[in-house]
Design a protein around this ligand. Structure first.
Ligand code: HEC
Length: 102
């Protein structure tokens, strides 16, 4: 967790983003309207996403999915696209890495 926070902090320095942690970035981007850490809402719980991809290197793949949106992995309900004006690449990467560690 410490390493993750350091990574997020570095990402903030590198991009000038005001988001301080992946949680804050995801709240700001509206992810938490559809996701929670441990309960299915509109989208799957972060712990279910983490369980599904345990041990796999899927950060890039999931960044792409969150950007473009789509359905079919967890069910028929689609995720809406999430554009860089909502969450920049550095924050999105930190967010995915934190989701995968849930
Ligand atoms: C409008 C509701 C909604 C919002 C907003 C939303 N999601 Fe999702 N998300 C979903 C749904 C529904 C799925 C399941 C998609 C599927 O089954 O393929 C999903 C799936 C995912 C997955 C797993 C994708 C896969 O293919 O396994 C990740 C990671 C994720 N969301 C992260 C995010 C992040 C980060 C944000 C904010 C930038 C976000 N989501 C915003 C509804 C949403």
């Amino acid at each position: 967790m410490k390493t993750l926070l350091m990574t997020a902090a570095l990402a903030v320095f590198a991009t000038g983003s005001i988001a301080a942690t992946p949680d804050e970035a995801m709240t700001k981007a509206g992810c938490m309207a559809c996701h929670t850490k441990d309960k299915k809402l509109v989208g799957p719980a972060f712990k279910d996403i983490a369980a599904k991809y345990k041990g796999q290197d899927v950060t890039a793949k999931l960044m792409d999915k969150v950007r473009k949106g789509g359905s079919g992995v967890f069910g028929p309900i689609p995720m809406a696209p999430n554009t860089p004006d909502k969450i920049n690449d550095a924050d999105l990467k930190a967010a995915i890495e934190s989701i995968l560690k849930t």
